[in-house]
Write a protein that binds this ligand. Structure first.
Ligand SMILES: [Zn+2]
Length: 190
């Protein structure tokens, strides 16, 4: 009886050892290059987030949930599930500018239709059918990177819409069709 228990223990320990070994091996194989991380600061809520949102090809549902909450409509508190390809745009933009660990500033994430109308009543730079209302768009700036440089980097990615707002100092990116516009540009700024 005691021998059987000892044998069982031995087998269990070997199995445990094997599983520890295989998980550390796969971690080593996957490497940090497979982990996609974002550091964000929301200028309206004052919140910060530092999160790995994708491992390899897989978006991480828990991270997506946290990012959805982080990017909520800051006027109403409502949350909508974000198109995670927007997160890739942010991450790739920071990397393409040589600032892969930059804390990206969020000026606006998700907007309810109420919030969009609220803004439209106060500015002519807000579209009636803004992709912010579908959680497909984000307005950003990156400290230390001028707005034009950020806009040009976003255009080079060619992943969707790019809006340039030089007076407010931010760039709009979205996962809609590839297009561009400027709000308040003089012809030399285009
Ligand atoms: Zn926008």
């Amino acid at each position: 009886m005691r021998l059987t228990f000892a044998l069982l223990c031995l087998v269990a320990c070997m199995l445990a050892g094997a599983s520890v070994q295989s998980s550390s091996a796969s971690r080593a194989d996957s490497g940090d290059a497979d982990l996609h991380r974002l550091r964000l600061y929301h200028t309206h809520t004052g919140e910060h987030i530092d999160i790995v949102y994708r491992r390899g090809d897989a978006f991480l549902p828990e991270a997506e949930e946290q990012l959805d909450h982080f990017l909520r409509d800051h006027r109403t508190g409502e949350v909508k599930h974000y198109d995670p390809r927007v997160f890739d745009i942010l991450s790739d933009l920071a990397a393409s500018l040589g600032h892969p660990s930059a804390e990206i500033q969020i000026i606006c994430g998700y907007r309810t239709s109420w919030s969009n109308e609220f803004l439209r009543a106060r500015s002519s730079g807000v579209a009636r059918s803004s992709l912010h209302m579908q959680a497909h768009a984000i307005d950003i700036r990156i400290p230390g990177v001028d707005t034009l440089t950020l806009r040009n980097a976003a255009l080079r990615l060619a992943r969707g819409g790019v809006g340039y707002y030089p007076r407010s100092g931010f760039v709009h990116v979205d996962t809609g069709r590839v297009r561009t516009w400027c709000y308040g540009c003089t012809s030399s700024q285009n």
